[in-house]
Ligand binder design. Structure first.
Ligand SMILES: Cc1ncc(C[n+]2csc(CCOP(=O)(O)OP(=O)(O)O)c2C)c(N)n1
Length: 279
């Protein structure tokens, strides 16, 4: 990845889909090691991370401290499995380290921590990421940096007042170098979302954010929305991602409670086959 902030060329959607598939494979293998993990959310957000790390983000894994790099902040710390997959696939981590996911003493804890190369914020306490992203975007702008900040947060984090405070401050400060990626996968810890968060996109627009809504498992829609988010018009950007937990593995997609997935040894072969036949 050249150290440049020139706008990326047109997205190679087929190539990005291959990257997303590879991320899903890595996540399956990671969960296999421990027999459990936050796999469903990871499979759901894989397309977004592939679109970011292999297309939209200006970053350089060989020079991770590059000051002008775009930042990606994962607010939903338990989506860590997806981060480790994309950090390994893009060269920040060694793939050999991935099987340590969630094990004692590992640099890859089940919820993100700043001990992991490529992870910028601690994410275990939900509802904190967007506020940090607004501050970071503001700081970069004050420094005259061309870098942008991308911040994922979940529909569960829309239950948190701190997220709405951050939405208001982002609009107040007009941080158009910030893109919020709102993962609306429809589930929280105990099953479907029951808090009245909808209509999410309309609410974000009412809060002053330039908002798009996409199928978060459709690479073309994702890359189009990311391209549109480059506009510098004084408004922060938001993309509402409608993702499917377990995407790519129908048996996991069909689980009514997919927040934390346990898979027994004899199920793995079938799951991997499902993943390969659904690419
Ligand atoms: C501030 C805070 N409150 C509660 C929790 C406990 N918790 C962990 S995951 C989770 C579910 C959140 O739902 P969502 O973020 O939508 O995640 P998903 O179910 O899609 O994985 C909760 C409540 C937490 N980590 N942080």
């Amino acid at each position: 990845m050249p150290a440049t902030l020139a706008p990326p060329e047109t997205a190679d959607v087929a190539d990005l889909k291959d990257h997303a598939h590879q991320l899903r494979r890595l996540m399956m293998e990671m969960t296999r090691g421990k027999g459990e993990g936050y796999l469903a959310q990871g499979l759901g957000i894989a397309d977004t991370l592939a679109a970011l790390y292999f297309h939209e983000l200006r970053h350089d894994p060989a020079n991770p401290a590059w000051a002008a790099r775009d930042r990606f902040l994962l607010s939903t710390g338990h989506y860590s499995i997806a981060m480790y997959a994309v950090l390994a696939a893009s060269g920040y981590l060694d793939e050999d380290e991935l099987p340590t996911y969630g094990l004692n003493g590992s640099r890859l804890p089940m919820s993100t921590f700043d001990i992991t190369p490529g992870i910028d914020i601690v994410g275990g306490s939900l509802g904190q990421g967007l506020g940090q992203a607004v501050g970071m975007a503001l700081g970069l702008r004050l420094d005259g940096s061309p870098a942008r900040v991308f911040c994922e947060f979940s529909d569960g984090e829309l239950d948190e007042g701190s997220t709405w405070e951050a939405l208001m401050s982002g609009a107040t400060f007009g941080v158009d170098n910030l893109v919020a990626l709102v993962d609306c996968n429809g589930i929280q810890a105990d099953g479907p979302v029951t808090v009245a968060i909808e209509p999410v996109a309309d609410k974000l627009r009412a809060f002053g954010w330039d908002t798009r809504e996409v199928n978060g498992n459709d690479m073309q829609q994702l890359t189009d929305a990311l391209a549109a988010s480059r506009e510098q018009d004084g408004r922060p950007k938001a993309i509402v991602l409608r993702t499917t937990p377990g995407f790519g593995v129908p048996t996991i997609m069909a689980r009514p409670r997919a927040h934390f997935v346990r898979v027994s040894d004899d199920e793995w072969g079938d799951f991997m086959e499902e993943l390969e036949s659904n690419r």
